[in-house]
Every structure is written in structure tokens, then in C-alpha cells.
Ligand binder design. Structure first.
Ligand code: FE2
Length: 204
């Protein structure tokens, strides 16, 4: 599991073919997003940790959960690039070729698929500029939807990340141009609900 990995971090294989999410998310976007954008976050995270052997044994999850404990000069690069690695590995892992049935647990928590879609979309559209919408578990074990800017991660504010939706323009601009709303509608088709349920069961 990527969250348990430690320095030096490596680019994982995409768990499906670059074209596997067509026609909803196109092959070119997937290639640049995974092989270029994620790779840059990985390289920059490794660079940031190079001079700090005492933090090279911390897992990615620990680095983000215990962010305030890091020295100030390391905190921002880990927040941005460690978040970039975690958020993207999770985002790619939790997509799959279209056709998986909606999660019964999420349906129960939000009053059905339409309501969940509506709330997730509102959070994703409401995120001004770059960031992610997140399905998270709060400290009471309840499912919630939030949005966070840039590469900020729910772990840093005491929440368990369950499912991220990347709304940086690099996630959709090549196919959807500026139409974030259309990209979100397409993303709903390619959620890996089996893996989301697995994650929920492992976390609860
Ligand atoms: Fe991204």
C-alpha cells in the first residue's frame, strides 16, 4: 500500500492501461497526469527528504499526519509534494474501467447515489482554483464530503481519506478544456467502488 511506503519513493505502474478509462478520461490526460505530474511530485518529495535522514524512515502517511512536527523548511515541500504523491496514487488507484455498481455503504450514508453525486460535485465545483474534493471519514466514523486546496491531505486535519477527486486543471484540460463540471460527470463513471469499499472496511 503506497501510504506505507518510505523514502526513496518510486513511480508506481498505473494499475490499468492508459486508455482504460476512455471515453470518460482520455489516454493522453492519463499519460501526462501519471507519468509527468505524479513523477514530478515523487522527484520533488525525494529531493526534499534527501538531506533529512531522520525523516526518511517515516511512511508517507506519517509524514502527512505528523506534518506539524517537521522542521519548518521541510514542512511546505512535504505538504505540497508528499500530498501530491499520496493524493495522486489514491486518485489513480480508485478509478477503474466504467461499470462498477455504486457502493451500498456510501448510498446509505448519503441517501442514494444521486445525492452523493450532487454533494461531491458541489464540493468539487466550489473548490476555487486547484485542489481536490474528498470523501472522508471523520473522527466519529461518519462519512463526509469536503474540499481542500492544492495538495492538502485530510490526514493533516485528522480525517481519514477515502476517495479523492482531483480538480486541478491538469486532470481534465486536454479533454474537457475549462469544463470542470463535464469532467466531474465523466469521473462518476470510472470510480473503482470495489476498492473504495475495501478501503472503508480496512479503515473502519
Ligand atoms: Fe493531479
Amino acid at each position: 500500500m503506497f501510504s506505507k511506503e518510505t523514502y526513496p519513493f518510486r513511480l508506481p505502474e498505473l494499475p490499468y492501461a492508459y486508455h482504460a478509462l476512455e471515453p470518460f478520461i482520455d489516454q493522453r490526460t492519463m499519460y501526462f497526469h501519471h507519468d509527468k505530474h505524479l513523477k514530478t511530485y515523487i522527484d520533488n518529495l525525494n529531493k526534499a527528504l534527501e538531506a533529512y535522514p531522520e525523516y526518511q524512515t517515516w511512511t508517507l502517511e506519517e509524514l502527512l499526519t505528523r506534518l506539524p512536527e517537521l522542521p519548518e523548511e521541510l514542512r511546505t515541500p512535504v505538504r505540497n509534494n508528499g500530498g501530491g504523491v499520496y493524493n495522486h496514487e489514491m486518485y489513480f488507484h480508485l478509478m477503474a474501467p466504467a461499470g462498477q455498481p455504486f457502493s451500498t455503504e456510501v448510498a446509505e450514508a448519503f441517501g442514494g447515489e444521486d445525492n452523493w453525486n450532487r454533494q461531491m460535485k458541489a464540493a468539487a465545483l466550489g473548490q476555487f482554483g486547484s485542489g481536490f474534493a474528498w470523501l472522508v471519514l471523520d473522527t466519529t466514523g461518519a462519512l463526509k464530503i469536503i474540499a481542500l486546496p492544492n495538495q492538502d491531505n485530510p490526514l493533516t486535519i485528522g480525517l481519514q481519506p477515502i476517495l479523492p477527486l482531483d480538480v486541478w486543471e491538469h486532470a481534465y484540460y486536454l479533454k474537457h478544456q475549462n469544463l470542470r463540471s463535464d469532467y466531474i460527470d465523466d469521473w462518476f463513471h470510472v470510480i473503482n467502488w470495489n476498492a473504495v469499499e475495501q478501503r472503508l472496511n480496512d479503515t473502519l
